[in-house]
Design a protein around this ligand. Sequence first.
Ligand code: PRP
Ligand code: URA
Length: 210
Amino acid sequence: MEKQVFVMEHPLIQHKLTYLRDKNTGSKEFRELVSEISMLMCYESTRDLPLMETQVETPMGMATTKVIAGRKLAFVPILRAGLGMVDGVLRMVPAAKVGHIGLYRDHQTLQPVEYYSKLPSDIEERDVIVLDPMLATGGSAIDAITIIKRSHPKSIKFMCIIAAPEGIEAFTKEHPDVQVYCANVDSHLNEIGYIVPGLGDAGDRIFGTL
Ligand code: PRP
Ligand code: URA
């Protein structure tokens, strides 16, 4: 069976993840770290983009070289916390379009509640990377991808920073065709659905709403 979950062991990602987890890291630094980690993860998760040969004239003569072969990307952050990842990935792929899916977890039921959805009109021509720093029960990511699949993009990947084993299990069962990229799979979920050790509430830490 093809590998579906990719844990990014790159030292720069792991180093930055340590500071991201630290409860003493304030919102400004937290946002910068989310952005930097997302940029590095984007580099890794786009490794399989196909290339084609082209020619370019340098000051010294003609060079046969490569460009990405006509693939168009769209990033779709899950609101709110996914917004923190957009800036980093756009620095890597500035031509990508950005859609948005608004979901929040009901704190009692832990079920995702949809409140917004706006995707690029040409999504059928695009490879989509869905962004959310946290995959906890998996409910939000599962629902976001179900919503996106209704618009028939060419492909979908899911990029998060920290995943719980419970979320990975639920997600891969529901969407076996969607590759998952994360920086770490943590120990477990606590009784209120938070990832342990995790980093706390990602949205609150990004937007300072603790
Ligand atoms: C967080 C996080 C994910 C979701 C993960 O969002 O950003 O979207 O929880 O949990 P799950 O895997 O159990 O669904 P939250 O619902 O706190 O909303 P927010 O981003 O608006 O704060
Ligand atoms: N959402 C978060 O922001 N953090 C968790 O640990 C779980 C869900």
